[in-house]
Design a protein around this ligand. Structure first.
Ligand code: KIV
Length: 405
């Protein structure tokens, strides 16, 4: 039998104190609470949003897009609460995530976004306007010149409020005219944008196309060397992770993702997939790219988002699905190896106390050795009866042992 392991250790520090700029460092921008929350049926309470934001901070994401403040009073309040609390919880290394609010390119949205995020230590306004022919004509009913002027003046307006960190997205960039993109992006850079996010809004691009789009923008946009290029890939053709990685290979140093890949229609690029692909293969094929994500917090984040959003993770979902690392005896195996260079390490496997402990840590439980003994024997008893032991089984055993009255 062969086994797979979930590597929790790392060869390079995942956690980068103060996020020292490094050309290989890829910023993780999580939009679970904004784009993810737009999934039909996924509505979280403000308290749940705050808990998710706290967990995202633990996970080590660089930017939390906490919501769309202009959408409703509740949205604004939720973003404000996250900005006040999570946006001010500086850890011992000086790390505190950027808290971001989305805004269309109009003053009302930008004011609402600023009103909500300004309480954070590191606030960001993310403003967007459509740039594809079809959207400009039918949705905005604006000419190219009008769209450029709106984008330029609204980025400038956001900066004038005192926000030093402004992200701009040309919505539907994947289907926009290239020359027009270079022009509008050059203008918003001059107006003060600090991050340029390139969305494949309808999940239309192929990986080679999206990579080329990022490379072309990098090569042809005036002033681009002073800003961060970002990807935002929807998953309509199941290509969001591939497109995001292609974008990173071509020079993007921010990736927009959601936990479990939740989002409208077929969702967004999944944080766990992009992060683990960079972690496992970043050195070999992607020029040494890496993120600051604490991968031990991925499972906990996934479980929390699954529970609060009500959107179930399919069993065969990469990285966080129940079956993703299952093999015959049903739990990720300890190979006894210190070599974690590959995510999927295939070796003859064995079930053991160490494998159980690693899995418990991934699930967020640090069990002392006495309880671990007890838990391990119960685990073996269940394993004799059940071919596949799921995370829920493990968590039920933990509550039997640890939380006994
Ligand atoms: O998909 C999209 O284009 C967006 C933008 C607002 C970034 O969500």
């Amino acid at each position: 039998p062969f086994t797979t392991i979930f590597c929790s250790a790392t060869r390079r520090p995942e956690y980068i104190p103060n996020r020292i700029p490094d050309p290989h460092y890829v910023r993780v921008f999580d939009t679970t609470l904004r784009d993810g929350e737009q999934s039909p049926g996924a509505s979280m309470t403000s308290k749940e949003k705050l808990d998710v934001a706290r967990q995202l901070a633990k996970l080590g994401v660089d930017i939390i897009e906490a919501g769309f403040p202009a959408a409703s009073k509740d949205d604004l309040e939720a973003v404000r609460m996250i900005a006040k609390e999570v946006g001010n919880e500086v850890d011992e290394n000086g790390y505190v995530p950027v808290i971001c609010g989305l805004a269309r390119c109009n003053k009302k949205d930008i004011d609402a976004s600023w009103e909500a995020v300004k309480h954070a230590k590191r606030p960001r306004i993310h403003t967007f306007i459509a740039t594809s022919e079809i959207h400009m004509k039918h949705k905005l009913k604006k000419t190219k010149e009008e769209v450029i002027e709106t984008a330029r003046s609204m980025v400038s307006y956001a900066r004038s409020l005192g926000c030093n960190d402004v992200e701009f997205s040309p919505e539907d960039a994947g289907r926009s005219d290239r020359e027009f993109l270079y022009q509008i992006l050059g203008e918003v850079i001059k107006a003060g944008a600090t991050t340029l996010n390139i969305p494949d809004t309808v999940g239309y691009n192929m990986p080679n196309e999206f990579g080329q789009l990022i490379a072309d923008i990098k090569a042809n946009t005036k002033g681009i060397e002073n800003v961060i290029i970002s990807t935002h890939c929807q998953n309509d053709l199941g290509l969001s992770t591939a497109n995001t990685l292609a974008g990173a290979c071509a020079g993007a140093r921010q990736v927009e993702v959601t936990v479990n890949g939740i989002g409208e229609r077929a969702g967004n690029a999944a944080l766990e997939e992009v992060v683990m692909a960079l972690k496992c293969r970043g050195d070999q094929v992607l020029g040494g790219l890496y993120t600051g994500i604490n991968t031990k917090q991925i499972i906990m984040s996934s479980k929390m988002v699954e529970e609060f959003s009500g959107l179930h993770v399919q069993p065969h979902k990469a990285i966080v699905g129940e079956n993703a690392f299952a093999h015959e005896s049903g739990i990720h195996q300890d190979t006894g190896s210190n070599d974690d260079s590959d995510f999927f390490v295939k070796r003859p496997g064995f079930s053991g106390r160490h494998a159980l402990r690693s899995r418990l840590l991934e699930l967020g439980y640090d069990i002392d050795s006495k309880d671990l003994d007890d838990l391990f024997w119960r685990f073996k008893a269940v394993a004799e009866k059940k071919k596949n032991i799921t995370d829920d089984d493990v968590m039920a055993l933990v509550s039997d042992v640890v939380f006994q009255p």
